[in-house]
Design a protein around this ligand. Structure first.
Ligand SMILES: [Zn+2]
Length: 404
């Protein structure tokens, strides 16, 4: 049966009471990529209703004027084996449970948004919105039915790959340790193709951040709906394999999609010294923790790692808001103002000088304004474009007639 969802009215954006917004805040601010640590909501340290060491907690969102965030179901790439899939699926299930804990504990402060209309309704009601994005389709455990289950739990985008090729597609950063060939000429696998098709039918945005260029091209051919890059940079500005070349920025714009420019240090400024120092720190803290493999969800939040990063930040200065705006400007120049958005990658390595946490959200708005972006432009960048794409993805799902 086809369920028709109500149309997102632009009037919704306009009818927000002015008093409900801090002065000069955009109609809505959406961060499309916020990671969560391994013990999110299950240890006092990561209870986001309180002050936490996280870059995003409810207080920081409220004070900083960040209205909505996609919280991420991330799993690290592992072997394409039965045991590997089972482990990834279990890790993902835990993260959905952890986000549920947040939603059930603080219903007066944050609510799940399953549609773009709910984001605006929550905004109007003065509560935050939590959305859910998947990072790494590996966590579907190689079963298409798990995408339906993810949708039922609230997932509204699926990042096809992460670091390392998986059973869906090839990565922008293949992993020799996983047996990946260095350069990917191939993109979607038959399973990956079926995931894109099913995502279109369900109303899940397909996310190509982390995917190889060949993979992005295949996804663009396969999809019937606009796609997103939930946290990516511009390759023409910084030559990093995770950054998107201009031809793909244009292709995503032609598809009607949106590229969310990410405030991630390594994609905004090449700093090989810093990279080496970070790698050494990660290896050292992983070893001290008695682990064999570095897991960002755990290691990044250990005191030794945090202290080490503080020293690295002092020795190798982070990129700043000007570096970030430079990439946004480039993306807007190539793809157009209707096809660019903003993302932090907070608590997953993101954060720059001037936008270190959700509490500093207004610094980004001010920097955009300083660099000549109009209020209209800023409204599009901060969420208008993403909501438009999400709505179109919903419309395609309704037309396909197979959504639940
Ligand atoms: Zn990522």
């Amino acid at each position: 049966m086809t369920l028709r969802r109500p149309a997102l009215s632009l009037a919704l954006l306009a009818c927000l009471p002015v008093a409900a917004m801090a002065q000069q805040d955009p109609p809505v601010t959406i961060d499309t990529h916020v990671d969560i640590p391994a013990t999110y909501m299950r240890t006092a340290q990561f209870d986001v209703g309180k002050d936490t060491p996280l870059r995003v907690d409810l207080g920081k969102m409220e004070r900083g004027g960040l209205n909505a965030a996609f919280f991420i179901i991330y799993v690290e790439q592992g072997p394409l084996t039965k045991a590997g899939y089972a482990k990834a699926l279990a890790q993902a299930t835990q993260k959905y449970d952890d986000i549920d804990l947040m939603l059930t504990k603080y219903p007066d402060r944050i609510r799940l948004a399953r549609t773009p209309e709910q984001v605006m309704a929550n905004r109007k009601a003065g509560v935050l919105s939590a959305m859910i994005g998947i990072e790494n389709g590996y966590s579907l455990g190689h079963q298409l039915g798990n995408l339906d289950k993810a949708f039922a739990r609230g997932a509204r985008y699926i990042g096809i790959t992460h670091v390392g090729n998986n059973d869906l597609c090839t990565s922008s950063m293949p992993e020799a340790d996983l047996g990946d060939a260095p350069l990917a000429e191939t993109g979607l696998t038959p399973f990956g193709h079926s995931v894109v098709t099913r995502a279109n039918q369900l109303g899940i945005m397909v996310d190509v951040s982390h995917s190889s260029d060949a993979c992005v091209r295949d996804v663009l051919k396969a999809t019937k709906a606009p796609i997103i890059a939930s946290h990516s940079g511009a390759h023409a500005i910084v030559n990093h394999p995770r950054n998107l070349p201009d031809d793909l920025l244009r292709a995503i714009a032609q598809n009607g999609g949106v590229v969310q420019a990410v405030a991630y240090k390594g994609f905004l400024k090449l700093d090989p010294g810093r990279e080496l120092a970070e790698k050494a720190l990660a290896a050292q803290v992983t070893k001290a923790a008695g682990d064999k493999q570095y897991d960002s969800d755990k290691i990044d939040f250990l005191p030794a790692y945090v202290e080490g990063m503080r020293k690295i930040d002092a020795a190798f200065p982070l990129p700043n808001l000007d570096d970030y705006i430079k990439q946004i400007r480039h993306m807007v120049g190539v793809a157009g103002i209707d096809h660019v958005g903003l993302a932090s990658d907070f608590d997953g390595g993101g954060g720059i000088d001037g936008w270190q946490n959700a509490e500093q959200t207004r610094n980004v708005t001010e920097a955009l304004r300083k660099h000549g972006f109009s209020d209209d432009d800023i409204a599009k960048l901060w969420g208008g474009n993403l909501l438009r794409v999400w709505k179109q993805v919903d419309d395609v799902a309704a037309k396909e007639g197979k959504n639940p």
